[in-house]
Design a protein around this ligand. Sequence first.
Ligand code: ATP
Length: 339
Amino acid sequence: TFFQPTPSSSSTWVNQIHMEPSTIAAAASTISLTTRRRKRKIVVIMGPTGAGKSRLSIDLATRFFDNAEVINSDKMQVYGGLDITTNKITLQEQLGVPHHLLGAIDPTKSVFTPLEFRNVASEIISEIKSRRGLPLIVGGSNSLIYSLVTKRYDPKSDVFNGPDPHPVSSEFRYECCFIWVDVSLPVLNQYLSKRVDEMLDSGMFEELAEFFRSEEHKTVNRSGLGQAIGVPEFETYFTKFPGLRRMEGSDFQEDVMGQAEAYDEAVRRIKDNTCQLAKKQVSKILRLRDAGWELKRIDATEAFRAVITAESGGARVAEIWEKQVVEPSMKIVKHFLEE
Ligand code: ATP
């Protein structure tokens, strides 16, 4: 009863507990400082498609932060299906690091919006924190990252698109360590073109053939997984040539139907659109940085240059990656956690 405040007059309450208003103000500011300190710490690994975000997250999680758990923030990889086309990290590549929101959403249902991502991912962060884990948010969709980390999120205010985008908020509900894996665009473009060829060789073509053949494409949401790069680009091809087989070698001489040409056109469009995506993602990151987001930029260009230069072996790439990407990132995260 002693501390019971009198609702009608706060000054009476102040008198009752014998505190000067200045003392109360000091106490309040201490409390607010403590609450500020108590904000949950998360690490966000951002960057354009292909920049090595997944690889970096696994390197950090397996070697330095064994309590880390990844929450995927790529808006196509949240859906189940088209694993090769959307370039999801495989179970083997995950090396036992727990992954959340990777292939977890039914692609035939409604689109998984940034607001839903905000709600679901924040629940996952709470669960990770309750087991004293470190949440690593990893993925290139800046609209998802934005929705998750901002203190107040208005789904109607699009801060990235349109001729007159809304102002970017830099008030966060978490204590965030933003790592931006950057690669010079001309170098990244060369790498991305090579990566598309590798993805096609490692099963993307067959995956898409099956997708169109099984009529799965009629059930997936057109505004969701149906927009994954590879789907619209290959649609004309598979409508005309529904067979599973890909043309190769001597087939091209007998290409009376124009199959090889249609295939080449689809691949060319995939490469173009992937490079466009990377460029757009970088411009969104720059918009966040210009609005005051403290992004720690890690330049991975040299490692990528080594990958695309035929004469460099894998060991050299690994060495550059280690020195220029993993080590600085590890130091940034360590410092952030100790703060
Ligand atoms: P926006 O604000 O335009 O929605 P975003 O930052 O939310 O952008 P991005 O990740 O830039 O999202 O994705 C934009 C588009 O790029 C997607 O709609 C899709 O067409 C394509 N895309 C993104 N990620 C992938 C992926 N993993 N596989 C295939 N296509 C992808």
